[in-house]
Design a protein around this ligand. Structure first.
Ligand code: FPP
Length: 234
């Protein structure tokens, strides 16, 4: 039986989140340093973001740098931060034509004033855009949950609901992810969107992130549409 669902019968995917894994191995396969892989990782991210824009995906979330990634060698951390700064510059340059509302997930306290100001300015300038790009930077799911608890305590809240808790998370402005894609072959969540992933469909592929392109995303989406989402019901 052909399981493919006609495009017109499909509810659009609201939110796709990506664990962009495999940059280091991709570089190693080419006899290059890990930073080389991250550089091509950014190119893959840009292609995927454009594809998501064209598909009308409401929210795209990318795991760019985790709270644990600070443990990597300084040279690699510096290279990723430099790539991030270059991306900020690119967004600033084409701000009028930039399609996405940018939100950074994670504590900005880890960054110097200059980078933090640029991040906050981009968030403000893109606030009215219809599609959302969440960039998880210095992000960890556990850190986010602890941060939300402390926020609520500081507000004097004595009882929380699922809704009030969700609104204290970094993702307060986004719906929960429908589909989480992890490239690079590992079968784990790695502290990503722990609360929000409750009913997400998970898709794992061996493809290394720099090789993950529109055709690979289309295959993941095709797979998503074959899933039966029951949310605990029957
Ligand atoms: C995981 O691959 C990748 C990262 C920890 C960094 C990902 C960052 C980028 C692609 C740059 C983000 C920048 C923007 C502008 C969004 P890995 O290094 O763990 O690869 P490995 O598992 O093969 O070692």
């Amino acid at each position: 039986m052909n399981q493919t669902v006609n495009a017109e019968e499909r509810a659009p995917i609201g939110h796709i989140a990506f664990i962009m894994d495999g940059n280091g191995r991709w570089a190693k396969q080419r006899g290059m340093p890990r930073e080389y892989g991250h550089r091509f990782g950014v190119k893959a991210f840009q292609r995927i973001l454009e594809h998501c824009r064209d598909l009308g995906v409401q929210t795209v979330t990318v795991y760019a740098f985790s709270t644990e990634n600070w443990k990597r060698p300084k040279k690699e951390v510096d290279a990723i931060m430099k790539l991030m700064d270059q991306y900020l510059t690119e967004c600033e340059k084409k701000i009028e034509r930039y399609n996405f509302r940018i939100c950074f997930l994670g504590s900005k306290a880890a960054f110097d004033d200059k980078r933090r100001t640029r991040m906050e300015k981009l968030e403000k300038q893109t606030a009215g855009r219809l599609q959302t790009l969440n960039i998880a930077l210095n992000y960890g799911g556990r850190d986010e949950i602890v941060h939300a608890c402390n926020r609520l305590i500081a507000q004097g809240v004595r009882e929380v609901t699922e809704e009030s808790f969700a609104s204290a998370l970094y993702t307060a402005k986004s719906e929960d992810p429908d589909l989480i894609i992890r490239t690079g072959g590992d079968l784990r969540i790695s502290n990503f969107l722990l609360w929000q992933a409750a009913y997400a469909e998970l898709y794992f592929t061996d493809v290394l992130w720099p090789d993950f392109g529109p055709a690979e995303l289309d295959a993941a989406i095709e797979d998503f549409y074959k899933r039966k989402r029951r949310y605990g019901g029957v």
